[in-house]
Ligand binder design. Structure first.
Ligand SMILES: Cc1cc2nc3c(=O)[nH]c(=O)nc-3n(C[C@H](O)[C@H](O)[C@H](O)COP(=O)(O)O)c2cc1C
Length: 322
């Protein structure tokens, strides 16, 4: 795919988890589930990409149709169900990857549909993939794997994250990739407080807020709004940013936050950053706006930061809450 060179502006640079990011706009999980195109996506101007979700064993996911465009709502409903090639195939592919760019790559871990002890699957994911990743994500928030989101409860989450962290430390990697948790937008106040306290107790390095929602906002007009699955895209922007801001408050700015959900412009990305995000991600807007979008978002984000007198991206993080 021929592309324009990535947009660059020093104001977009930052250091997170000791890594240098050329810009804070990342590709969200689900687009490159199998690690086929990380370099091609970095070439589109993304500052980082997230491969996955990857499960230990390959699985086909749900029957088609399982992806619905709600064009009139600038939204997507999906019930893919973690279709992916499995950890061995993805590891083999990423081992052969020739790193061409300075961009970073995270790997997002899921569990197989039939697995009962979820921790076992995430530990397999860590053992097979962590050495290939600049960061690791424990995804417990997809709505299309039965029982997955229940892992966000206080007790199961403490068990899961404690076990995953121990497995990661056992590998003795240098550097140890930071460990992130990806959460759903559909959480009660109690859920959010529990998650924040477990994340801080276990010393998890970041929270990705949020995955798709099972809610259907009243504003939706497209008939496919009735399809089962997770909703993403523009209608998720407000709800997911509120959840992000809640986690910023609950973690007192001590945990790195990645804002995702409904970003389709530089202003949207800027809003997430002002609500507490150090990094942002997007997927659905690519469906409607194509690859030129990433450079446009970075250009407009840089404009917002200059316009409002920030010297750097880092100075704007959480500006709305301070
Ligand atoms: C088709 C599709 C597949 C997705 N698959 C995954 C996945 O495997 N793992 C995951 O953590 N999130 C997955 N997501 C969620 C996205 O990473 C993101 O959190 C969500 O779509 C909100 O961002 P957006 O509004 O920019 O799309 C998927 C989203 C879509 C639309």
């Amino acid at each position: 795919m021929p592309t324009a060179p990535p947009f660059k502006d020093d104001i977009l640079k930052s250091q997170v988890w000791g890594h240098d990011f050329t810009n804070p706009v990342g590709l969200a999980a689900g687009f490159d589930k199998n690690g086929d195109v990380p370099e091609a996506m970095l070439d589109q101007g993304f500052g980082f990409v997230e491969v996955g979700s990857v499960t230990p064993r390959p699985q086909p996911g749900n029957p088609k149709p399982r992806l619905f465009r709600l064009e009139s709502d600038q939204a997507v409903v999906n019930r893919m169900g973690f279709n992916n090639d499995g950890a061995d195939a993805v590891a083999a592919r990423l081992t052969k990857r020739r790193k061409m760019s300075t961009g970073l790559m995270g790997i997002n871990l899921g569990k197989n549909k039939e697995t009962e002890q979820a921790l076992d699957d995430y530990v397999i994911g860590i053992n097979k993939l962590a050495h290939l990743a600049d960061y690791i994500v424990v995804n417990v928030s997809s709505p299309n794997t039965p029982g997955l989101r229940a892992l966000q409860g206080r007790k199961p989450l403490a068990h899961l994250l404690g076990g995953v962290k121990a497995a990661l430390e056992n590998l003795v990697l240098d550097p140890v990739p930071p460990l992130l948790l990806k959460v759903a937008p559909d959480l009660t106040e109690e859920d959010k407080a529990d998650i924040a306290s477990v994340v801080m107790d276990v010393e998890i390095d970041g929270i990705i807020a949020t995955n798709t929602t099972i809610e259907r906002p009243a504003s939706l007009t497209h008939p496919s709004k009735l399809e089962a699955g997770g909703l993403s895209g523009q209608p998720l922007m407000g709800p997911s940013t509120r959840v992000l801001a809640d986690f910023n408050k609950l973690t007192e700015g001590r945990v790195v936050l990645v804002g995702v959900g409904g970003i389709s412009s530089g202003e949207d990305a800027y809003q997430k950053i002002r609500a507490g995000a150090s990094l942002v991600q997007l997927y659905s807007a690519l469906v409607y706006h194509g690859p030129g979008l990433v450079n446009r978002i970075n250009r407009d984000l840089a404009h917002c930061l200059h316009r409002d007198g920030f010297a750097s991206l880092s100075d704007a993080i959480g500006a709305d809450v301070r």
